[in-house]
Design a protein around this ligand. Structure first.
Ligand code: TXA
Ligand code: MG
Length: 320
């Protein structure tokens, strides 16, 4: 059921059931973060491997010390500046946080989402919410209530309707190494903005695919069911000369590719605005994926600001 009824959402959560919540980034599949049995339901419904930890959502920075400890100075600065907002901080956890949430790590990922309905919800319940994106493992993240409903149908009791997600891309995740910030996952908040607040941050270079710091880093992720390719280095003309029969979908930044029918094309921002492109990206991928196409070709976006994040998501969606 898709509803705006906050009291009903609270009732379901207090009953140890799951709901979907709106955030400014993507919809989350939420349950009581302090109850192991509830947390297990999240993993089961998403078909998510237990080694992949969840983000805990709180209503304000004041609640941070209820779940995390030894908070570095730069974490406080970032939380002060960007919460509520699309930034997740990975910090040493307190015992109250079940090991299921953190996949047995001694750190917990935390954020305050910037969505009035979910903030109100978080204020009215007396526990934080564990919430991964509300999609089955490794599929495209949901940015509308309908996306969530299409995925889970009657397996999910309630979807709290907060409209279309304003940012449209997951939060940026920052961890700490000797109190210095490290980028774990590219997201809605650009590195430039973070570095303006706390100076240069470390970027992880070598990633162990079997034990990712943040599984948003797994190379295959956010993938449509339709074969998906990023037009990065291939010459489209010679590609098309070899393959004349395929029904193609095209994902482009600013304008249509005149060689193809417009009904199978998605344009992310006619004004070439990367924030608008971010907001539209997943919905465009969902629509193309629903069209029974043979393959989808995506154009690479400008490599600046959040464009870096968008290209990262596109590469992960693409086939190897
Ligand atoms: O915008 C978002 O972050 C959305 C909304 C719903 O808040 N949530 C989201 O959750 O994207 P999910 O589960 O799809 O991604 C959570 C990421 C995973 O890559 C996970 O590995 C990482 O957070 N993570 C969680 N706890 C961690 C920890 N202790 N250390 C490192 N990474 C962690
Ligand atoms: Mg996800």
């Amino acid at each position: 059921m898709i509803t705006k009824n906050l009291n009903e959402a609270i009732r379901v959560l207090n009953n140890n059931q799951l709901i979907a919540i709106p955030t400014e980034t993507v919809y989350g599949l939420a349950g009581n973060a302090l109850r192991e049995k509830v947390v297990e339901k999240i993993f089961t419904l998403k078909n998510r491997p237990f080694y992949n930890p969840l983000i805990v959502h709180i209503s304000s920075k004041d609640e941070l010390t209820n779940i995390a400890k030894n908070i570095p100075n730069k974490a406080n600065i970032l939380a002060e500046k960007f919460w509520p907002g699309p930034l997740t901080l990975v910090l040493p956890k307190l015992d109250i946080v079940p090991n299921k949430v953190t996949a047995n790590k001694n750190t917990v990922a935390v954020r305050v989402p910037n969505h009035s309905l979910s903030l109100q919800l978080l204020k009215e319940i007396d526990f934080p919410l564990a919430a991964p994106s509300a999609n089955p493992f490794a599929s495209i993240s949901p940015t509308t209530p309908q996306h969530v409903e299409n995925y889970f149908k009657d397996k999910l009791r309630l979807i709290l309707d907060g409209g279309i997600c304003k940012r449209g891309i997951e939060s940026t995740i920052i961890g700490f190494d000797d109190d210095e910030p490290v980028l774990y996952r590219l997201g809605s908040l650009s590195i430039e903005q973070i570095e303006l607040a706390v100076g240069k941050i470390k970027k992880l270079t070598k990633i162990d695919e079997n034990k990712p710091q943040a599984p948003g880093m797994l190379s295959k992720h956010y993938a449509p069911k339709t074969p998906f390719y990023l037009i990065e280095n291939i010459d489209l003309n010679s590609f098309l000369a070899c393959d004349k029969n395929s029904k193609l979908g095209i994902l482009r930044f600013q304008d249509f590719d005149k060689r193809f029918p417009t009904q199978f094309q998605e344009i992310l921002s006619t004004t070439a605005n990367l924030n608008e492109a971010a907001k539209n990206l997943y919905a465009a991928m969902h629509r193309l994926d629903a069209q029974q196409l043979d393959l989808i070709l995506a154009e690479k976006l400008p490599e600046v600001g959040i464009g870096l994040t968008l290209n990262d998501k596109l590469r992960r969606a693409a086939q190897d």
